[in-house]
Design a protein around this ligand. Structure first.
Ligand SMILES: *[C@@H]1O[C@H](CO)[C@@H](O)[C@H](O)[C@H]1NC(C)=O
Length: 149
């Protein structure tokens, strides 16, 4: 671990917000456009997710549509197979977004990603979608993570 990473990790342990923009792939945001994805704490990439802890996910995006509702759908892709990944709050309108979602407006979607202690310690890709009224994706992002004990 280099000194910079060491400081970031130390900051995270001390309870500071240490959101780092993560590299992500867009998987078809048809009714919006993503600008940044922050995961906290995530000192190294791919993010190392410890079992039994929760991580905050903050997706900044612009909406291209008007939508009354928004619903998050999360999958863990393991060896190419998408497996549903339950999150406590599916309603995007209760995750930092004020609904109805307006056209051409910027939003910060903020939610928690709980990593259960029974998850295996493997590398996987998280796919996070936020669907609008028509089940089109306001955003669809993919980012790699590593589950560690
Ligand atoms: C989410 O990220 C944006 C852009 O990086 C930032 O301005 C905003 O304060 C963050 N929101 C939270 C709740 O962390």
């Amino acid at each position: 671990m280099d000194i910079r990473t060491g400081f970031i990790v130390l900051f995270c342990f001390m309870g500071f917000t240490c959101a780092e923009p993560v590299k992500f792939a867009d998987c078809g945001s048809s009714s919006g456009k993503v600008s940044t994805v922050d995961i906290s704490p995530c000192a190294t990439q791919p993010c190392q997710l410890h079992r039994g802890e929760s991580y905050s996910v903050n997706v900044t995006f612009n909406s291209a549509v008007l939508s009354q509702t928004s619903k998050a759908v999360v999958h863990g892709i393991i060896a190419g197979v998408p497996i549903p990944f339950p999150i406590p709050i599916e309603d995007g309108c209760k995750s930092g977004i004020q609904c109805p979602i307006q056209k051409q407006q910027k939003y910060h979607y903020v939610n928690l990603l709980p990593v259960k202690s029974e998850y295996p310690a493997i590398k996987l890709v998280v796919e996070w979608e936020l669907r609008d009224d028509n089940k089109e994706d306001l955003f669809c992002i993919r980012f790699p993570v590593q589950i560690v004990s």
